[in-house]
Structures are given as C-alpha cells and as structure tokens.
Design a protein around this ligand. Structure first.
Ligand code: KPL
Length: 322
C-alpha cells in the first residue's frame, strides 16, 4: 500500500453532499471512506458498495464505507452531516482525531465553526478547522437495480477558508506543500479558497433562508421559483428581510447582492430538490432551526419586521410535527 492508501479522506455524513465528494474522489482515484455512524464494524458487503453517479452520463463507482467507531486515525475529515447532527457526529470520531487532523466543514447555517472549534479544543489545532459552503445541486435516490444514485443536477462551487472563530488566524490554504487542499481542488467540483469565508457563509445563509423553506413548503424544485411571479415575490421578500437584519448587524452585504446571489443559485440548481425539501420528504429533521430560526433569533436584538421568515419557520415547524 502506498502512503495515499494509508491516508484516506474520511467523509462523515453519508448524505447527498458526502456521496458527491466520495464519487469525485473515486473518479480521481484518491482514497476516501464514508463513515457510517455506528460502533459496530461493518460487514464486508456493507464496506464496499457500488454507487451510480449521474450527470448527463452515468458512471458506477465502488465506494468504501466504515463504521465511525471502527476507525482509529483520521488525518483529513470532511464533515458533511446536517447542522443539528454536528455535536453527535464529532463525539463519534473524536477518539480518532489528533492535533494535526484537518477538518473541513460543510453545513448550511451559521455558528458551526465556533461549535466545532469548542468541541475539539485541546484535541485538534483550531487553525486546522476550515469552514466551508457548497452550492452544488445534488440529491440521492435509488436506480432500478436498487443501487444508490447520486444525481449531480447543478454544477455549483465549494468554498473553504480559515477558522474565523479564533484570533490571529493565518488565512492560508492548509499545508502548502504536499497539500491536502490541492487534492481537494483536483476533484473537479470548483473547490476554492476564500479569504473572507465568514462573509461567504453569511451570504449563503441568506440564500438558503429564501430557497429552502419556499421549495419545502411548496414541494417544488428550485427552478420552479423562477416560473411563478408569486414565488419570486416570496423569494424577494425573504431576501429583503434578511438584508434589513444584516444592515442592523453592520454586515456589508446589500439587498441587491443577496437577491442576485439567490437567483444565481436558483438558476444553477434549477433541477435540484433543496436539502430542506429532501429532508421533509424523507421525514428527517430539517435545518429550519439553523437557517431561518437562526436569523429570527438574531432579529430579536433589533426592532425588525421578519414576518416572512416567521411565517415559513412556523409552517416548517408544523410540517415536521404533523
Ligand atoms: O444549499 C442548497 C440546499 O439545498 O441546501 C442549495 C445550493 C440551495 C441547493 O439546493
């Protein structure tokens, strides 16, 4: 085995984004392992599975899976679980992490960087924690043979940056020579380094806070938001409220930038089901608390009209109870 085989990328969170990354690693013949959240070692049949990657072409990849409890050393981790699963997910892999482990975060919503930095204090060097965000449109289903199918329906981008939750962060991509970041950039997923990742995350939060609840409540693909004037108005109203909040918080992100970014992501991912719609359809907890709920909590500090956010927040809370 060469050193690459001994140093795979681990992906914790075997949902649509986790599987997209695993397929792209397989395409580049870079070893990666999808971690299942389990104590018990996986059987041979569970450890390697054939998965169909679907764009305009269809390719079969053999992906590797391992139980998180069965993994004893993680050098490079991509955390792709949902925001509300971060605490338990970190608990499950903590034993395998060390000072030099490099951790790449891909959650919707804000506050995750601070949370992971705190959970891993004294275990992982905080400068090795890299917040990030994804705009690729991808969803999972099964093909006619029962294989997992990874539908990559919208080519977006992934941005990572330095850990802004700690002071004096050196905002450079991880380990320049022999860089694991360069390996990520080989994945053909438009993976970039961003000097101001915190701003990118705030902007993405605004985008998710408009696209996700509207598509979830109306049970529609992202692209439907362009086809109906009524839905477009809803998008604009949510973006407007978010911009009022950001102005109060002195974030330099304007309403027109939020609206422009939101419609750009809608166009890029027009055939996608938003992650909130996917969660709702499969009876999973949605990220509403970390997206619109998070904005609503922040707005309590100001005298602001956040009626649209409140409306969607309440609707989605209700949908999850029903
Ligand atoms: O982030 C997404 C999500 O669904 O959570 C987008 C980019 C909007 C794709 O649907």
């Amino acid at each position: 085995m060469d050193s690459k085989q001994n140093n795979p990328w681990f992906i914790l969170g075997a949902g649509s984004v986790g599987h997209l990354l695993a397929c792209k690693f397989a395409q580049e013949q870079i070893p990666s392992v999808l971690l299942s959240r389990s104590e018990i070692p996986l059987s041979a049949a569970e450890s390697v599975k054939e998965v169909q990657y679907q764009t305009e072409h269809s390719i079969l990849y053999q992906l590797s899976y391992q139980a998180s409890g069965d993994c004893n050393k993680i050098n490079r981790l991509l955390l792709t679980v949902k925001a509300h699963q971060v605490i338990t997910a970190i608990e499950e892999v903590k034993h395998a992490l060390h000072e030099e482990s490099e951790i790449f975060l891909l959650q919707n919503g804000m506050g995750i960087t601070e949370l992971v930095t705190e959970l891993l204090a004294g275990i992982v060097n905080p400068t090795n924690i890299y917040p990030g965000t994804n705009t690729h449109g991808v969803y999972l289903d099964k093909n006619k043979n029962g294989l997992i199918r990874v539908n990559h329906v919208g080519v977006g981008a992934i941005s990572f940056g330095g850990n802004f939750s700690i002071e004096h962060v050196i905002n450079n991509p991880p380990s320049s020579e022999n860089s694991c970041f360069k390996e990520l950039q080989n994945l053909n997923l438009n993976i970039r380094w961003n000097e101001d990742i915190e701003r990118v995350l705030w902007l993405k939060l605004a985008v998710n806070a408009a696209i996700n609840p509207i598509t979830a409540v109306n049970d529609c693909l992202n692209g439907e938001l362009l086809k109906s004037r009524e839905l477009q108005l809803q998008v604009e109203k949510l973006c407007h409220e978010t911009s009022l909040l950001y102005a109060q918080m002195a974030l330099e992100i304007t309403e027109s930038e939020i609206i422009e970014s939101t419609f750009r992501v809608i166009k890029l991912t027009n055939e996608n089901q938003s992650s909130m719609l996917q969660d709702l359809k499969s009876n999973k907890v949605t990220e509403i608390e970390h997206i619109n709920g998070y904005l609503l909590k922040l707005s309590d500090n100001y005298d602001l009209d956040m009626n649209q956010h409140r409306h969607y927040y309440q609707q989605l809370k209700l949908e999850t109870i029903l």
